[in-house]
Design a binder for this molecule. Structure first.
Ligand code: NAP
Length: 511
């Protein structure tokens, strides 16, 4: 454990307080007085800092480590001299005193001359541990931290702070990192720290090793994604040595490509695949094609992929589990309705012509339904339907077709199945209160109404369908079904349980 005594060090009586903290610590401890210049709260005098170090050294037993910033350690003043003395004494083993962690922090981004700085710390003969920490500008910075650890010349801590840095904190043991930091309170000591409980329970920190496989969910934005919680839970329950991280890949093709290339470039990361979400489902196909990988028939037919897998020989494969994510819950609902032929012959309406709309239309058409696609932008529905019909003609053995209609032309048409596949109704989106289904369209108690949006669980569309007595299929069912397909793709096995226990309320779904 680390005692951060930045503020305490400036109080009268700091020495005796620090002595007590060290002596009463239930674990070997690090004592740190972090200066404001390196993101801490200490702005006192050199003398105050030395008194804390002296207390850490003379406690019984003494602190295991004292963290000293590189700038102070190398300085000509008295603080530098004391720090170097403490380091030499710790290294000699004679004094039974703390050993020194030599540290460098950059809160603004990747430090200039990162390699030179870490080399300077490694070359110091008496400090025990070298620590370099910086704010990740993108997820790609994590791999540089891993490369520092792989090339270490002595025990080393290399971590990235901020929203993009979690991977470096969790995977530190995979690369032989000396330690990682997790917070015990709400605030923590640096941005991006998980809590101790999250690190140990959710991330299975204690069982991460050199062979742990790494997966991601790449999207922009990605913060709302429940994929890490669900996949990591399944990995844990199935005892699969793998972890999945939320990775923000900026909105452009270039950003998506650069992120994936970086993750694939470090063999020791064992990057084995990713879920892909908005806005990168077309980019996923393009990336896999550029790398001479395989795009499976479903992804090709839909024209979008939401899953990339990396085979042991490095071959990439793009697939689309959204189709199964929509088909499987709909077939279960059809069974519950007593429809003996499943969805065959049923009149189905798909609202939306984006990635989810395309997957829904193909899933329904392949299950034998008569599909109509309607979209806010009618031209888009028409061109997407034409594309999908061409794809279906080239890969289906029987004639399947999808019709396109304007939302306004739907009139009082009745449908057996309606799939709401737009982002309307999504909390945090542009139109959280919207229901794109025109009021004229009849909803009945004999029909199935599915929404792909899963936050909140009950969308405006589902509320209206509930009032009409329709059989509801929530977006959460799709989310679990498409993730189950990804789990099969990556591990070769069914997930341990798709009956996922959730802490749910009307506005959110959390695992
Ligand atoms: P997308 O490719 O960006 O397409 C968005 C679609 O929504 C377009 O058809 C767009 O119409 C329509 N739309 C957006 N705002 C609208 C509004 N206010 N009123 C009417 N139509 C509107 O997105 P996507 O990949 O298809 O995703 C759609 C939704 O499905 C998202 O909320 C996503 O989170 C969710 N999703 C859920 C799962 C799951 O597992 N449950 C899986 C995939 C996706 P225009 O063409 O007129 O712009």
């Amino acid at each position: 454990m680390e005692w951060r005594v930045d503020s305490l060090a400036q109080e009268p009586g700091a020495s005796s307080a620090v002595t007590r903290l060290v002596q009463d610590a239930p674990l070997p401890c690090i004592v740190t007085v972090r200066h404001v210049a390196e993101g801490g709260g200490f702005c006192g005098t050199d003398d105050q800092r030395q008194q804390v170090w002296a207390a850490a050294c003379t406690a019984h037993p003494p602190a295991a480590y004292v963290d000293v910033e590189l700038a102070t350690y190398m300085s000509d003043g008295i603080a530098g001299e004391r720090a170097r003395d403490m380091s030499r004494l710790g290294a000699s083993g004679n004094g039974n005193g703390p050993r020194v962690i030599l540290s460098f922090h950059d809160f603004d981004g990747r430090p200039a001359g990162l390699s030179a700085r870490i080399a300077e710390m490694w070359s110091d003969p008496s400090s025990a541990v070298s620590k370099i920490v910086w704010t990740a500008r993108t997820p790609r910075d994590n791999t540089e931290a891993f490369e520092v650890l792989v090339g270490r010349a002595k025990p080393t801590i290399a971590l990235c702070m901020g929203e993009h840095g979690l991977m470096s904190r969790v995977l530190a043991p995979k690369f032989g990192g000396f330690l990682t930091y997790a917070r015990s309170d709400a605030q923590g000591t640096a941005p991006g720290q998980p809590t101790v409980e999250e690190l140990v329970q959710q991330w299975g920190f204690r069982s991460i090793g050199p062979r742990t496989r790494v997966y991601g969910v790449l999207a922009h934005p990605v913060g709302h994604s429940r994929s890490p919680a669900l996949h990591n839970r399944w990995f844990r329950e199935a005892q699969v040595d793998a972890r999945l991280f939320a990775i923000s890949a900026g909105p452009t093709w270039e950003s998506f490509k650069a992120t994936l290339l970086e993750l694939l470039s470090l063999d020791a990361l064992h990057f084995s695949g990713c879920a892909v979400s908005v806005p990168h489902k077309l980019n996923a196909i393009r990336f896999v094609e550029e790398r001479c990988g395989v795009v499976d028939a479903v992804a090709r037919c839909i024209g979008a992929a939401n899953t990339i897998s990396v085979a042991p020989n490095g071959t990439l494969c793009a697939t689309n589990s959204d189709l199964a994510g929509i088909r499987d819950p709909l077939l279960r609902a059809a069974m519950a309705q007593g429809w003996s032929d499943g969805l065959a012959g049923r009149r189905a309406l798909v609202l939306g012509a984006g990635g989810a709309g395309r997957a829904a239309a193909v899933a329904l058409a392949c299950a034998g339904a008569e599909v109509t696609m309607a979209n806010r932008t009618t031209d888009r529905a028409e061109s997407v339907a034409a594309d999908l019909n061409a794809s279906l003609r080239s890969c289906a053995t029987t004639a399947l077709s999808i019709a396109a209609r304007s939302l306004l032309d739907l009139g009082a048409t009745r449908f057996d199945v309606i799939v709401q596949a737009t982002s309307a109704g999504m909390s945090g989106g542009d139109a959280p209160d919207a229901n794109p289904l025109p009021e004229t369209v009849m909803l009945t108690d004999g029909m199935i109404a599915m929404d792909v949006v899963y936050t909140p669980r009950m969308t405006p569309f589902l509320r209206r369908a509930e009032r009409a007595g329709a059989h509801l299929v929530e977006g959460w069912s799709m989310f679990v079904a498409q993730a189950a397909q990804q789990h099969r793709q990556w591990t070769g096995n069914d997930p341990p349980s798709t009956d996922v226990c959730m802490d749910m309320n009307a506005d959110s779904v959390s695992l």
